[in-house]
Design a protein around this ligand. Structure first.
Ligand SMILES: [Zn+2]
Length: 315
């Protein structure tokens, strides 16, 4: 059997039953066969449909524990359909759209599922960018150019790293930061860029310490009067304008501060795989990462936005 379905008919033929979905998850979770998470033994008895007991130490390992499918009462088939739909939307998915497509009774469920899936889009311990990389910060929900400063009630400050690939953009990383201080900017760079890489920035003092952290640092300065920041760092600025258009188009610009990180993750996931030949590959990657992601209960996801209505960006 093919690793992943290439199109909708193949998807539908492959995942007709719960058992087929479970087997697929099993192969993704333990690609080289079962391994006891406690003692490493390769043999287990099935106890329930998604529960296995190690034949040596008797440890019970669940197929779904610690993944986004943990404790779900909905069939895996429905989850798979959600993931297929999310990854086959060219631009992005909205909770309302997902609710319609799956026939879910509640908007809240669709919203929770989407956020769980977005969480799975960024793989823990993913590799860092290398080569030549442009880095710059920008505001979302506020004026793009202007004085450097801090995140406010209305504006979020994000840093963008865009890898050079000839004249085009390779892979990207995005992150929200509380301010444009050296602490915030340099720790982002250390998180997402391999030391030894060439980092290109403007002359902001927040980037001054990069050389001491093991990076080659090229500072670009505006030379002509009519030159703008986007001439200096064209890739970052292309990414930022695509991001803004995407937030406007798919989410009507109404993204709350609290959940912006998830949207940035979804954008990054889509952008870095924009040239994948088959949509099915995105589905496969997402599922692969979903069985590796740690579960976050709904209450933790919304806990910090109780009380006043979450603020939405206007762009
Ligand atoms: Zn064991």
């Amino acid at each position: 059997m093919r690793e992943y379905p290439r199109n909708l008919p193949e998807f539908e033929a492959q995942f007709t039953t719960e058992a087929a979905c479970r087997d697929y998850l099993l192969r993704l979770r333990w690609p080289d066969g079962f391994r006891c998470p406690r003692c490493g033994h390769p043999k287990a008895w099935p106890i329930e449909k998604t529960l296995f007991q190690c034949t040596r130490c008797r440890y019970r390992a669940s197929l779904t524990s610690g993944t986004i499918f943990e404790n779900t009462r909905k069939p895996l088939r429905l989850w798979f359909r959600a993931m297929w739909w999310v990854t086959s939307q060219k631009t992005g998915a909205s909770a309302l759209g997902l609710q319609k497509v799956l026939g879910l009774g509640s908007y809240e469920t669709a919203w929770t599922w989407l956020h769980k899936l977005r969480r799975a889009m960024i793989r823990p311990g993913r590799d860092r960018l290398s080569g030549a990389i442009e880095v710059d910060e920008t505001y979302l929900g506020g004026p793009e150019e202007g004085l450097r400063g801090r995140e406010t009630q209305n504006k979020a400050l994000i840093v963008v790293a865009a890898q050079e690939d000839g004249k085009g953009v390779g892979r990207i990383r995005l992150h929200r930061v509380p301010d444009a201080s050296a602490d915030s900017l340099v720790s982002f760079i250390e998180d997402v860029i391999e030391p030894g890489s060439l980092v290109k920035t403007d002359g902001w003092k927040g980037y001054a310490g990069l050389k001491t952290k093991g990076y080659r640092h090229q500072v670009l300065i505006l030379s002509r009067r009519n030159e703008t920041a986007s001439d200096l760092l064209p890739r970052v600025h292309r990414v930022v304008s695509l991001l803004k258009r995407w937030l406007m188009g798919t989410h009507q610009g109404a993204v709350s501060h609290e959940h912006l990180d998830y949207y940035l993750d979804e954008f990054t996931f889509r952008f870095n795989r924009r040239s994948s030949r088959h949509r099915g590959l995105l589905f496969y990657r997402l599922l692969q990462q979903a069985v590796a992601a740690e579960a976050v209960p709904y209450k933790d996801m919304v806990a910090h936005c109780r009380g006043p209505k979450p603020h939405g960006y206007k762009m």
